[in-house]
Design a protein around this ligand. Structure first.
Ligand code: PLP
Length: 275
């Protein structure tokens, strides 16, 4: 395992973040998480592109080019000598005495290369609870401000569930760290890619895979009752890939989940074929 802070590689447990760093005091920054399979970073270009979009959305200027950032990420992976890993990287508004408005100092890039979290059991699936989406209205930005997300996840975990599904005014938006899908009569439904959800990289891949498998897909709003009455439900993220949901609150979902299984397998094949 290894880390990078600002301008150099450091040990994963080194104490390197200055107290006046804006991520530390304000959560003023953005991040990405990518997964490494067989020594290769999966979908790095897509994640870097979203990173750039998040930076633009919060007026954050890159301290160096995306190309250089990519070099640092790949060098970190190479130094770690890891084949299976999770790479977290973030960009913050820099180090400056605390004031609310932007300080006009260089942004700080940092990264960790750590052991990949184990993938959950896709055959078993996961349980989920539904909670009110109390987040702000710009959830498409992959912001460091994750307080509502971590509180929702904690509530889920305390009820032995793997995920919390957010609903805003009854409409299912996404999970606390995933995108949510329903399958009804052979059609896949998910919330449109508006500002209310993170535009998941895995979500976009699932679109492509569904098209390849000739499964119709609709980006359409649906409510909590629709999700609970669906034939199948699943969530997606870089960390869990495609994960079927077996229970939502007190509702047991049907045991048969052919479309979730097909997409989960197709997604695995994407990186298995690349390595
Ligand atoms: N939605 C939220 C709120 C997330 O935090 C994440 C990822 O962690 C996702 C969706 C899934 O995004 P991706 O597939 O790019 O990992």
């Amino acid at each position: 395992e290894i880390a990078f802070y600002n301008d150099k590689f450091v040990g994963i447990d080194d104490k390197v973040v200055p107290i006046q760093e804006r991520a530390h005091q304000f959560g003023d920054g953005i991040y990405e998480v990518v997964r490494v399979y067989g020594g290769k970073v999966f979908l790095l270009e897509e994640h870097l592109e979203r990173f750039r979009k998040s930076a633009d959305a919060i007026d954050l200027t890159f301290p160096f080019s995306l190309e250089k950032m990519k070099e640092i990420i790949l060098e970190g992976l190479s130094r770690s000598e890891m084949e299976e890993a999770e790479i977290y990287f973030q960009l913050t508004r820099g180090i400056s005495p605390r004031q609310h408005h932007y300080p006009g100092v260089p942004a700080v890039f940092s990264m960790t290369v750590r052991n990949a979290r184990p993938l959950g059991d896709k055959n078993k699936g996961a349980a989920a609870i539904v909670l009110e989406d109390e987040r702000w209205l710009n959830c498409y930005i992959k912001s460091l401000n994750l307080l509502p997300n971590i509180m929702a996840k904690q509530k889920a975990v305390s009820k032995n569930c793997g995920e919390a599904i957010f609903a805003r005014d009854g409409i299912v938006t996404e999970g606390s760290s995933s995108n949510v899908f329903a399958v009804k009569d052979g059609v896949i439904y998910t919330h449109p890619a508006t500002k209310r959800i993170l535009h998941g990289i895995t979500r976009a891949k699932v679109f492509e895979l569904a098209a390849q498998e000739h499964i119709p897909m609709k980006e359409e709003e649906f409510d909590v009752a629709f999700l609970k009455n669906a034939d199948e439900a699943f969530f997606t993220s870089t960390g869990v890939e495609v994960m079927p949901i077996h229970t939502i609150d007190d509702t047991k979902m049907p045991e048969e989940k052919p479309i979730s299984n097909k997409l989960a397998e197709a997604y695995e094949n994407l990186y298995k074929l690349k390595v």
